[in-house]
Design a protein around this ligand. Structure first.
Ligand code: GAL
Length: 376
């Protein structure tokens, strides 16, 4: 399936792990609509691992666990579609999923047909328990071919964590997004680590197949399946979201949206940040390196947007407050061009302008500034 912008949605794994069931999914779908998340563009409701019975049926088909999904997946998918949302599910390229449920190795075409029958719109495809005898690219091409021939448009979301230089072959599989990081956990150290893992991968992100930096932990507050870490502060979650938007990652919410508070909503539903993520050009973000106070922990990123605006972000990944001074020359606006920027802070709404072609800010530890800038 050809996607023009990074997919947006919600996924069960980060908060619920194996504790999933039909009512939870329906309630989350309702909340997606009621809260305004759907109006902001979030559309996929994705069930991650742990939805199946441990055995296939006599025809080799996967079976949804009736204790968790008493009405089956087709009824659930119909209900989700009736709310104007899309339905996502999960399988794996190995013999078992990461949590030990049956997976699609050598059952690719049967499983793709089952997912199509159930009305699935999105398949996350993991990489645990894979045979060492067959290369990752062959395994992902199998499911890519099966999905492309299943008679239904199903978005292929590959999740091999960047193994075997996934970026070099993933576009041969028909995938619309691919996990370009290891797993996220709900703490600043993971946000920092996953951000660093993108450093060399920006050129591979773009229209049709997006670098997936993993599901968001915004709003988890240290609770849930990947929440055994400390959790993050409001500023850290805001930086996390800003980085994912600046880097054009899919935005898959991982918190319990049924109990989302105002702070969490204000991050996940910041339309200016989402517009940067969803900018139709999907131009590559790049790091500004020519700055007065260089520091490996201070990341300054820019991205040219479709209408000629820029997204610019200063992300202080370090543990101390830091100054950042950078010239506009590096983004193509030397003083000689006679142009400057009108910078609107995405989080405060305040406008400011560079002085002498230089942007000068101080950013607290783990905090960020994110602007949408007009060339004036
Ligand atoms: C991991 C994957 C996670 C989650 C988990 C399920 O491999 O990266 O996002 O899907 O498996 O067991």
């Amino acid at each position: 399936m050809f996607k023009l912008t990074p997919p947006l949605g919600w996924n069960t794994w980060n908060t619920f792990g194996e504790k999933i069931n039909e009512q939870l999914i329906l309630d989350a779908a309702d909340e997606m609509v009621r809260s305004g998340l759907k109006d902001c563009g979030y559309e996929y409701i994705v069930i991650d691992d742990c939805w199946a019975m441990k055995e296939r049926d006599e025809n080799g088909k996967l079976v949804a666990d009736p204790a968790k999904f008493p009405n089956g997946m087709k009824a659930l998918s119909d209900a989700i579609h009736a709310k104007g949302l899309k339905f996502g599910m999960y399988s794996c390229a190995g013999t078992l999923t990461c949590a030990g449920y049956p997976a699609s190795y050598d059952y690719e075409f049967i499983d793709a047909a089952t997912f199509a029958e159930w009305g699935v719109d999105f398949l996350k495809y993991d990489y645990c328990f894979h045979t060492p005898l067959i290369k990752a690219k062959y395994l992902y091409r199998r499911m890519g071919a099966a999905l492309a021939n299943c008679g239904r448009e199903i978005l292929f979301s590959a999740c091999s964590w960047g193994i075997d230089e996934t970026q070099k072959w993933i576009k041969t599989t028909g995938a619309s997004m691919w996990r370009s990081t290891t797993d996220i956990f709900d703490s600043w150290s993971f946000i920092k680590k996953l951000t660093a893992q993108q450093k060399e991968l920006h050129p591979y992100n773009g229209v049709g197949c997006f670098n997936d930096m993993d599901m968001l932990v915004v709003g988890m507050g240290g609770r849930g399946n990947v929440g055994k870490e400390s959790g993050c502060t409001f500023e850290e979650y805001r930086s996390h979201f800003s980085i994912w938007c600046m880097m054009g990652s899919p935005l898959m919410i991982g918190c319990d949206i049924r109990s989302m508070n105002e702070e969490t909503g204000s991050i996940l539903m910041n339309r200016d940040a989402i517009a940067i993520d969803q900018d139709p050009s999907c131009n590559q973000p790049y790091r500004i390196t020519d700055c007065r106070y260089p520091d490996e922990d201070v990341l300054i990123y820019a991205r040219l947007l479709t209408n000629g605006d820029y997204a610019i972000g200063v992300f202080n990944m370090g543990d101390a407050e830091h100054s950042a001074d950078f010239l506009l020359d590096e983004i193509g606006l030397p003083i000689s061009c006679g142009k400057t920027l009108l910078m609107r802070d995405v989080w405060s709404g305040k406008e400011e302008m560079p002085k002498n072609n230089t942007v000068s800010v101080r950013v607290k530890a783990h905090d960020c500034r994110l602007w949408r800038c007009k060339v004036v």
